[in-house]
Design a protein around this ligand. Structure first.
Ligand SMILES: Nc1ncnc2c1ncn2[C@@H]1O[C@H](COP(=O)(O)OP(=O)(O)OP(=O)(O)O)[C@@H](O)[C@H]1O
Length: 236
């Protein structure tokens, strides 16, 4: 294994005292394309949000390259679940993508020609170039998802977390997105994706984490993506 990107230790998370994640241990190595799968309510989104410091755990610890999230945030990209972001201010698609070049403070800075070129290139990759001047709140959920993906791409992070990036996108776009994710992986980036469709797991991913409040199994597709583990995750 070529070094760890993320280390999750003894993580327990609760909403209003009701635990939704129990004692989760998870190591994510560099350069993998990993799915997190599990039934509705298994805690997949909660796990990602806790890793990214958006939810405080009851117990346990998350480190990125052996440091807390806030020390490494520039190297960490996040594409939230569709519909989870409310755009109550007017901003166009290209601006949303260019925000990825700077993070929040960068609003004040003028984007350079290079920032703009990279952002247009990313929009082209996700098939959204034609929408560059549209208001973000006038797009469908699936289109917004692709814009967020473009924003994550221009951020040039080392590790990416994506919460159901295929939700509400058509098959052609899904295939295009997975090609982008595989290319990131091939460049040595680490990509973690909450995913719903078990059928496509072996084709899309090289590792999988099966989650249902606890980690049922985590590892390579070959080692852990088998009937026994799937059955204990989905209780079927
Ligand atoms: N903000 C919240 N307040 C209270 N309970 C919550 C909150 N968010 C999630 N939950 C509960 O925590 C559990 C885990 O939710 P989570 O969204 O992490 O699951 P998930 O595996 O991502 O589900 P899905 O596949 O349906 O998106 C669920 O029982 C859910 O109802």
């Amino acid at each position: 294994m070529q070094g760890l990107v993320v280390e999750v230790k003894d993580l327990t998370v609760a909403y209003e005292k009701k635990p939704v994640l129990w004692d989760v241990d998870l190591n994510i190595p560099k350069g993998v394309l990993m799915a997190i799968v599990g039934p509705n309510g298994a805690g997949k989104s909660t796990l990602i949000k806790t890793m990214l410091d958006l939810i405080k755990p009851v117990a346990g610890k998350v480190s990125f390259w052996e440091q807390p999230y806030n020390k490494q945030r520039k190297k960490i990209g996040y594409v939230p679940q569709r519909g989870s972001v409310d755009w109550d201010f007017p901003t166009d698609v290209l601006d949303v993508v260019m925000m990825g070049r700077y993070g929040a403070i960068g609003w004040i800075k003028r984007p350079s020609k290079k920032d703009k070129a990279l952002s247009l290139e990313a929009l082209e990759k996700v098939g959204m170039l034609a929408y560059k001047d549209r208001q973000i709140n006038e797009l469908s959920g699936g289109q917004q998802q692709r814009v967020f993906l473009a924003r994550a791409l221009v951020q040039d992070a080392e590790v990416y977390f994506m919460d159901e990036p295929f939700q509400g996108v058509d098959t052609k776009t899904e295939k295009a997105i997975i090609q982008i994710l595989k290319a990131l992986r091939d460049k040595g980036k680490t990509v973690v994706v909450v995913h719903h469709d078990l059928q496509t797991v072996p084709d899309y991913f090289d590792r999988v984490t099966l989650l249902n409040k606890k980690i049922i199994a985590t590892g390579t597709i070959e080692d852990v993506f088998n009937d026994a583990n799937i059955q204990s995750t989905y209780k079927i």
